[in-house]
Design a protein around this ligand. Structure first.
Ligand code: FPP
Length: 233
């Protein structure tokens, strides 16, 4: 089975650049090229929802120069790459709080979401100024405001940025780190986790297929037992 929803923590841009004695931002630049390639690859292998962690609530701690370069890469990505991806039927959703972003970027993102909302292909979620704990607090505040006294899983899910979408079946992290870094904490409750040593700029279509193949070899039990014929005795 092809995983319906794949989420990726794109890590290792800085190390990719360091290995080549280049400034860190060159790693981000190369990382954006990988984003475009991998979104297309995800679409071509039949993944329906693809979520990428582009800027976390913690990334504001980075040097201002690096943040500025990330914003400028994001603007280029919206103008050029999203246009091309939109042509392939990709639909865009942003996960996160955009209010801290520069006004011009907010406008461009909203315009892209609007144009791409008519598309019916791969759903691309880009997490921007995203933190899972912040997302949950936002949901709890909404519940309090709506006077919800008996929360259920369905209610919480319906108050997250991913409303209406299936949870990730597979979470991929590049660069060999075994952390989830405040990403989709609610939604990855039963996701299979795949960690590769590849640095994000080096991640290829083949690596994505490898991750999917590994997912297919895993046995997902969702807390149950593997032998369906077993009576449990
Ligand atoms: C981690 O690399 C990656 C990020 C901080 C964000 C990923 C951003 C991109 C791929 C570019 C922007 C994306 C879009 C969609 C325009 P790191 O800098 O933490 O690497 P390191 O751990 O090796 O230092």
């Amino acid at each position: 089975m092809i995983p319906r929803h794949v989420a990726i923590i794109m890590d290792g841009n800085g190390r990719w650049a360091k290995k080549r004695s280049l400034p860190r931002v060159f790693g981000h630049k190369q990382g954006v090229k990988t984003v475009k390639k991998i979104v297309k690859a995800a679409d071509s292998i039949g993944i329906k929802i693809f979520t990428i962690y582009a800027f976390s609530t913690e990334n504001w701690k980075r040097p201002q120069f690096e943040i500025d370069v990330l914003f400028s890469l994001l603007r280029q990505f919206i103008k050029k790459d999203l246009k091309e991806l939109s042509g392939c039927g990709v639909k865009l959703r942003i996960l996160g709080d955009l209010s801290k972003f520069p006004e011009n970027i907010i406008k461009e993102i909203k315009a892209a979401c609007k144009i791409m909302s008519k598309n019916t292909g791969l759903e691309l979620n880009i997490a921007l100024n995203y933190g899972a704990r912040q997302e949950l607090i936002r949901a709890f505040k909404k519940m309090a405001k709506q006077g919800i006294k008996k929360p259920t899983e369905e209610i919480v899910s319906s108050l997250l940025y991913t409303i209406g979408q299936a949870d990730p079946d597979l979470l991929i992290r590049t660069s060999g780190e075994f952390r989830v870094s405040n990403f989709l904490l609610w939604q990855i409750a039963y996701s299979e986790i795949y960690v590769t040593d590849k640095l994000w700029p080096d991640f290829t279509q083949h690596d994505l297929k490898e991750a999917v193949a590994e997912f297919q070899r895993r046995e997902r039990r969702f807390g149950g037992i593997c032998d369906k014929s077993s009576t449990g005795k």
